[in-house]
Write a protein that binds this ligand. Structure first.
Ligand code: 13P
Length: 245
């Protein structure tokens, strides 16, 4: 299966820069035509990015996060139903750490997202302290404990993003990622039927760039990448995709 590339633009690009990125994509249609790409712009650029991508219908667009509620008095937040999108990320470590989102919060967001969009990305992963204390699998178990008993025909991506590898330039080793993905795979096998499992993909994220993507793509069970900073730089993102031709 060809790999899926999810670009989490975080808060790197403003609306103008986001549109500029999409126009560079459309000038390179051949490269993007046969690739599975998902773009997660900032919320303020979502509508413009969606419009600009109408000419490239194979590219999916999603929200970087959603609120626990569908509507109501939540100043500054964004409901999953605020704008139609293909996908939504929940449980990103930056949300867990900066916004103190615990399993209860992520569970509610996961439920909302699974109801509303075609593909939900649930991010999981241990901090450096947890890794050093050999708690990786314990953390993975806890973060997977919120998975629902059914996906109701929706797709789920579990993105393993070790916190210590995010934005640090420290890519986890292939063996380490393979071991954790295998652990995740066994955990979900005990929860879901083969039919549901075929709708679940496993990703890696954390300092993925043009120099690491080729080697990482050989990891068994790996279906795709959730890429941060390198995905918000057109040249770097283009080089990543070119490596995967
Ligand atoms: P970096 O690729 O910048 O390390 O970020 C990874 C990430 O957090 C994607 O969600």
């Amino acid at each position: 299966m060809s790999k899926i590339f999810a670009a989490n633009w975080k808060m790197y690009l403003n609306e103008e820069e986001s549109i500029d990125f999409i126009s560079k994509m459309s000038s390179n249609k051949d490269l993007f035509a046969d690739k599975k790409v998902m773009i997660f712009p900032s919320h303020t650029a979502l509508s413009s990015v969606k419009n600009a991508l109408q000419i490239m219908p194979n590219i999916k667009v999603g929200m970087q996060d959603c609120d626990m509620k569908l509507s109501g008095a939540v100043t500054g937040s964004n409901s999953i139903s605020s704008i139609p999108v293909d996908s939504c990320i929940v449980g990103h470590s930056e949300r867990r750490i900066i916004f103190k989102e615990d399993e209860k919060v992520v569970k509610k967001k996961l439920e909302n997202s699974l109801q509303a969009v075609e593909t939900t990305i649930l991010c999981i992963g241990e901090t450096l302290d947890e890794k050093n204390q050999d708690k990786t699998f314990e953390v993975v178990d806890k973060q997977l404990s919120i998975l629902p008993s059914a996906l109701n025909g929706k797709k789920l991506i579990i993105a393993y993003e070790p916190v210590w590898a995010i934005g640090t330039g420290l890519v986890a080793s292939n063996d380490y990622i393979a071991e954790v993905l295998s652990y995740i795979n066994n955990a979900i096998k005990s929860l879901y039927s083969d039919e549901v499992l075929s709708e679940i993909n496993l990703f890696y994220g954390g300092s993925v760039d043009e120099s690491s993507v080729e080697s990482l793509s050989t990891i068994p069970l790996l279906d795709g990448f959730l890429i941060g900073s390198a995905s918000a730089d057109f040249k770097k993102f283009e080089n990543i995709l070119k490596k995967m031709r």
